[in-house]
Ligand binder design. Structure first.
Ligand code: FES
Length: 112
């Protein structure tokens, strides 16, 4: 359902170049990233390579380096960069009055 947003907390609670995780009932955890230029992105917290927890990776630019084998994943699309192939689902996310909102339908679909 478009327009159905889930409030997951204050933007300021996510460290710059960091991430926090959000559990989704009945599905996979979502990783919400904050970049150095203060943008937010949300991906399923599972690397497309072997399932590494992307929320524990290093955010650089608009990518995250997986903590397990250092694949670079584009935050906007969830696509592996360079010669690596794979994609983790991306979830629509926005910031409104300092609160971070993720698309409920997107989160459920991605986590299904
Ligand atoms: S599990 Fe992420 S790079 Fe291997």
């Amino acid at each position: 359902m478009i327009g159905d947003w889930l409030d997951i907390g204050w933007l300021d609670e996510i460290p710059l170049r960091g991430a926090r995780t959000v559990p989704v009932e009945g599905g996979e955890e979502i990783a919400v990233f904050r970049t150095g230029d203060n943008r937010v992105f949300a991906l399923v917290n599972r690397c497309p390579h072997k399932g590494g927890p992307l929320a524990q990776g290093i955010v650089h630019g608009h990518s995250v380096a997986c903590p397990l084998h250092n694949w670079n994943i584009a935050l906007a699309t969830g696509e592996a960069q360079g010669s690596d192939k794979g994609c983790t689902p991306a979830i629509p996310v926005k910031v409104d009055a300092g609160r971070v909102l993720i698309c409920r339908a997107g989160a459920l679909k991605a986590a299904a």
